[in-house]
Design a protein around this ligand. Structure first.
Ligand code: ATP
Ligand code: MG
Length: 871
């Protein structure tokens, strides 16, 4: 039996032998593409080649791509673990042709690989062909059909409609007809009864699609129309885990060596046994074995769990896994992080980024699990409260609160409800959920119109490393609308504007269209396209454009980018080489750098880090920038970032070859002396295992310093310019503390006096000892203190104390427990209902003691009278 590693290798070897370049998987987390959060298919990283935005460096490529299908157009989450062949994260094996071979070769090779290399019996294979779609004016795929007829028996060819046989990545983008290959894994007896062709694309667990050959011919536009592409391409995707299951002769993907390692580890940890069934415990095993991969590889690619966007998707997957082991494997401590070493080891040579960051990823996962396990318990208590509140139904709002505040997925709420013979208003829950989605959608949606292109020359080149002003042309533009505001996005054939990436903000500046000046308010990247954002469109769009970057701002930004490299190296030097970049923001005002590290950075370490950076600044190192092959750069010791996609030729920024070598596309100063001085202004925690530093250099350091000195000067002035400022401040603080103590003891003595006077003023009203008076005290707390004090000297009492403290009324009511019980009085209620309106304020408390504060002190006698009248 072939191992999964051998199966993967055979695929790549096969396509290498057919002239394909084997390329690495792109990161699973997508950057620079507003239409996609995660890679959901192998073709994503090649989107620009299909659309003609960029020329591919090769015409044939193959790889295994980490994919995640839990959001957007492709979302399989609910199936995962329940069925045996849909995963959250999976590997998609793929081969590509960029304007090179087309349907004939793609089909031939897929058949050769499956039947001759992998030796899958032909009679178990079925293929599908697009039948056409009149509504979209799409013809049936005659070329594919003719090719298949040469290879397979006709009764193994199935015609498919647009849903199954026309592949699209998302709402817009490259697409085309496809031809799928399905495998019938049923035993022969079953196959004899019902032919496999009847079960193709029918969700039968043993008749499954393994490979899709997509023939990219169109671009789906925003208005829904299809535009033929200038060249045609091949884009194929084969589910690796499904292929392994077929070749290893298993009934389920989870029974292959892709998953058995983590399942066995889960058995050991929980003391439970995986039983291959559909009961909840076995589903839990599968859910864990699946989810751990999605969690591990996305965090390794730089996406931390969070409350929004891609981070929230990861958090949801993680919580889904936690609640499965908590509820169904009866395991109440963090479990997932314990599996991480097993997973990292298994993928060490395929996706080494997990093994390389194992400590970090495990730590992040463990803390997420701990946090959710805490709310899970609180949520369960909340659930008890809701259920104790009777009713036969948990309404939608309550279920949604559990979901939203306690992170309870609906099915967990439903399970617990069922155990207690209660129903959950599912429709109500979904309505609440929809409303919330609506709210967040309305806030973030960006409405993008189609591009208007009108220049032959479609390529867009960045020339801003050495030029800040160039003459160029507008090659396309489009209108966008976000939060009700309209803007334009412009693409130039050559541009000096740096587009936001690698943490560095986009340039701003001016585009001059033969005299008409258009402000560029931001520059962004979409895939590799450089987009200039402006508030209006020039009148004359076809002429020469002078593009000019705001040079001062660019310089200060470059200062902070070079400073970031110096800081990164210093952090590794002082704290250790486990430090890896987890986020970065570089602008003209400051730099912000997030990095993996498990403890607060101490004062002493901060001093050493700053000193190290400033030494490099004083040595005035030239910043040397060179392009070289990636391998060469890595051998030279260059630091690459996890989750970043690099081309074969990389840009390497070196500042003292013994100190800092980084792969980086940003803009930098010529020599470190331009930084002037470097100062860390804050150090804090951002997430589990991630620290954040903010720092300034260059002109921003100057402003920071001036500001500090100004503050210091005003403190000095306030202290009348003492010789030793620190000593004066310390003396003042000590004196202040001393005075506070004295004041407190004086106040306490005064309170004793007031108490004694009050005890003289008691009267008996209807058998109750009543004391009501306006007293002179310095703060509201004193009223409470008096109440406590009086309590020890009275029986069956009601006390109302009022005070005017600096013009503001304050009231306290204290009632003996015996009176609360016998007369049904409630101090909290009295404060709210009787007192608050009279003093124009509010308050509250317990039945035996409550207080209020307000705005109007003129009614204090009325307050006392009102309470007295109740007795
Ligand atoms: P299905 O109908 O089974 O969901 P699909 O039509 O969504 O598959 P494609 O988008 O064509 O699949 O993806 C190409 C291949 O990737 C599929 O043939 C399949 O082998 C694999 N695949 C798709 N989704 C998943 C998933 N969630 N988990 C594992 N493999 C998958
Ligand atoms: Mg699918």
């Amino acid at each position: 039996m072939l191992t999964s590693a051998e199966i993967r290798k055979a695929f790549l070897d096969f396509f290498a032998s057919k002239g394909h370049v084997i390329v690495p998987s792109a990161p699973i987390v997508v950057k620079n593409d507003p239409t996609l959060m995660f890679t959901n298919a192998g073709m994503n990283q090649f989107k620009d080649y299909f659309l003609g935005n960029k020329k591919a460096p090769y015409t044939r490529a193959a790889d295994t791509q980490k994919c995640l299908r839990v959001s957007g157009k492709h979302n399989d989450l609910e199936e995962v673990g329940v069925d045996t062949y849909h995963h959250t994260m999976f590997e998609m094996l793929g081969n590509w042709s960029f304007g090179d071979y087309f349907k004939k070769e793609a089909i031939e090779w897929s058949w050769e690989l499956l039947t001759e290399v992998y030796k899958i019996p032909k009679d178990r294979l079925y293929v599908t062909v697009f039948e056409g779609d009149p509504a979209e004016n799409l013809p049936a795929s005659t070329v594919a059909l003719a090719k298949w007829k040469q290879l397979v028996a006709e009764d193994h060819i199935v015609y498919g409609n647009k849903k199954d046989n026309f592949w699209e990545m998302g709402d817009t983008g490259p697409c085309g007809p496809c031809s799928e290959i399905h495998v019938d894994c049923r035993p022969d007896t079953e196959r004899a009864q019902v032919p496999g062709r009847d079960l193709v694309n029918k969700d039968h667990p043993q008749v499954i699609e393994i490979w899709n050959n997509v023939f990219i011919q169109y671009n789906r536009k925003k208005d829904g129309s299809l535009e033929p592409l200038p060249s045609t391409h091949v884009d194929t995707g084969m589910g690796f885990e499904r292929l392994v299951r077929v070749l290893q002769g298993k009934q389920s993907n989870y029974d292959t060596d892709v998953f058995t390692g983590t399942i066995t580890a889960t058995e050991k940890i929980t003391g439970k046994t995986y039983g291959f069934s559909d009961n909840r415990a076995d589903i839990a095993f599968r859910v864990i074995a699946d989810h751990i991969r999605a969690i591990g590889f996305t965090i390794a690619d730089g996406q931390l769990p969070s409350n929004t966007g891609a981070g929230y998707v990861i958090r949801r997957i993680l919580r889904r896994a936690v609640r499965y082991y908590y509820s169904y494997l009866d395991y109440k401590q963090p479990l997932l992080f314990q599996l991480m070493p097993v997973l990292a080891k298994q993928f060490e040579t395929v996706f080494p980024e997990l093994q390389q960051q194992l400590d970090f990823v495990s730590k992040v996962v463990k803390e997420e699990e701990e946090a959710f396990l805490r709310t899970l318990e609180k949520g369960l208590k909340k659930m008890d409260d809701i259920m104790a509140g009777s009713a036969t139904l948990i309404d939608g709002a309550a279920a949604f609160e559990l979901y939203d505040t306690y992170g309870f997925p609906l099915d967990l709420t439903m399970l617990i409800a069922r155990e207690n013979k209660l129903e959950v208003d599912e429709a109500g829950f979904r309505k609440e959920m929809e409303q919330q989605k609506e709210r967040s959608r309305a806030a973030t949606v960006v409405d993008t119109e189609d591009w208007v292109g009108f220049q032959e020359d479609q390529s867009s080149v960045f020339v801003g490393y050495d030029q800040l002003e160039v003459e160029t042309k507008l090659i396309r533009y489009r209108k966008v609308k976000a939060k009700g505001k309209e803007a334009y996005q412009l693409v130039l054939s050559a541009t000096p504007f740096y587009a936001e990436s690698g943490g560095q903000v986009g340039d701003t500046g001016v585009l001059s269209f033969e005299g008409e000046e258009i402000m560029v308010v931001d520059t962004k990247k979409e895939n590799d396209l450089i987009i200039h954002v402006s508030e209006k469109l020039p009148v004359n769009i076809t002429g020469i454009v002078t593009a000019r970057v705001d040079a001062a701002k660019r310089q200060e930004t470059a200062v902070h980018h070079s400073a970031t490299h110096l800081l990164h190296a210093a952090l590794r030097g002082v704290l250790g080489t486990h430090v890896a970049q987890k986020g970065s923001l570089v602008n003209a005002r400051q730099l912000r750098f997030d990095f993996s590290h498990f403890a607060k950075v101490s004062e002493e370490e901060l001093v050493r880090i700053e000193a190290m950076v400033n030494e490099k600044i004083r040595e005035n190192w030239p910043v040397v920038i060179r392009e070289m092959p990636k391998e060469e750069a890595i051998t030279a010791g260059a630091m690459a970032l996890f989750g970043e996609k690099y081309a074969d030729l990389v840009r390497v920024v070196t500042i003292d070859p013994k100190y800092s070598i980084e792969l980086c596309g940003g803009t930098h100063v010529k020599a470190t002396g331009e930084l002037g001085y470097f100062k860390i202004v804050s150090e804090s925690a951002v997430a589990a295992g991630v620290r954040r530093m903010e720092a300034v250099a260059g002109g921003a350091f100057g402003s920071w310093l001036t500001d500090q000195v100004d503050q210091l000067e005003s403190v000095k002035t306030a202290f009348k310019n003492p010789k030793e400022l620190t000593k004066s401040v310390e003396a003042a603080l000590a004196e202040n503390a001393q005075l506070k103590k004295q004041l407190e003891s004086l106040e306490n003595r005064a309170l004793v006096g007031i108490r004694n006077e009050l005890l003289q003023k008691d009267e008996i009203v209807n058998g109750i000892t009543f004391i009501g008076d306006i007293v002179e005290v310095g703060n509201a707390d004193a009223l409470k203190k008096l109440c406590f004090d009086l309590k020890n000297n009275l029986n069956d009492y009601v006390v109302v104390l009022a005070a005017n403290i600096g013009g503001k009324p304050s009231v306290a009511i204290s009632i003996a427990d015996t009176v609360v019980a016998a007369r049904g009085l409630d101090a909290g209620k009295l404060i709210k209902e009787k007192v608050a309106p009279l003093i124009k304020g509010g308050g509250g408390g317990q039945k035996n003691l409550a207080t209020a504060g307000g705005q109007d002190a003129s009614n204090l006698p009325a307050v006392i009278a009102a309470i007295r009248s109740l007795l």
